[in-house]
Design a protein around this ligand. Sequence first.
Ligand code: ATP
Length: 347
Amino acid sequence: MPQSAATGALAVEGLCKAFGDALVLDQAGLRVPAGRVVALLGPSGCGKTTLLRCIAGLERPDAGQVRLDGRDLSAPGAFVAPERRRIGMVFQDGALFPHLTVAGNVGYGLSRSERRGARVAEALALVDLAGFGDRLPASLSGGQAQRVALARALVTRPSVLLLDEPFSNLDTILRIQIRAEVQRLLADLGVTAVFVTHDQEEAFVVGDEVAVMLAGRVVQQAAPAELYRAPASRAVAGFLGDANLLPGVAAAGLADTAIGRVPLRNGLRGDVDVLLRPEQLRVSAGAAATIDSVQYFGHDAIYLTRLPGGAALRVRVLDAPEFRPGDTVDLDYVGGPTVGYPRASAG
Ligand code: ATP
């Protein structure tokens, strides 16, 4: 299915939505450049599905705007019906019609004449299911069923594709395989997409950018490496992977901490908590900290170390661990400039 140049720059601003007394979207904003994939990452219940449903037009926001290529889909006084938005959706469970064949499912949203043409076969070929058209959904594996759901969303040539935890019902191996395939497919097609997940690894693999959503609001949107390196707040830092926060005193781009000087990206002064990722720390024989415990995972290992003042630091090593609980070690920071958070702020 040839897709022309990337279409569909999506912009969401100030979106609010309450169900009864519960404010589920609180000034949510999101921007998806044309042809890019933004992974929407957040804990269960933070409002991800509600945001997606507002973008699709399945919910009416109480306030705010949804714009596609500069055109209002949803704004004060404007509301474009879902079927006229050119937005495709893939849900967690695929939601195929069990009594229709694979081809019948994929062609469901097309006109009769479109169904007779090659579009259904093209869409199935795209998701690597050529020849599956006559099968019934019950005869498909979970991964194949999700690929049919994807073909059904793509066949209408949407400007934007919304995927709501599309792989969460699949087992781990299949999930890793299919998400890599889908990532490649979306990139090849140049489809603008929002991909909802609560799995950080999945968000980083699939998203050109990741938007972190907490309590009804997108609190930071950036490329995965930027987000990991410089989370905008403690809450985001803690949500994205392992985060050590070590007290220090900052001045002139450096923080003095219990393990020495740490370079800072942000020009803070005074009492701070400094973000140190476990892989940015090295252990060596010494006396600065005590090893409390060792967790060996095969591909890496984590030492839980404790400083004399009581602060705990997690340290990742790639080799089999050479130290044991009770050993004392020195700790060094070996990463690049990192971020600090003012101690007084809770954010
Ligand atoms: P999950 O990752 O668990 O799917 P989510 O981030 O997608 O969660 P939403 O499904 O958007 O979160 O739900 C956010 C909150 O809004 C939840 O507390 C949910 O119970 C509530 N909610 C969602 N839809 C409705 C509705 N139609 N009526 C009442 N409450 C709703």
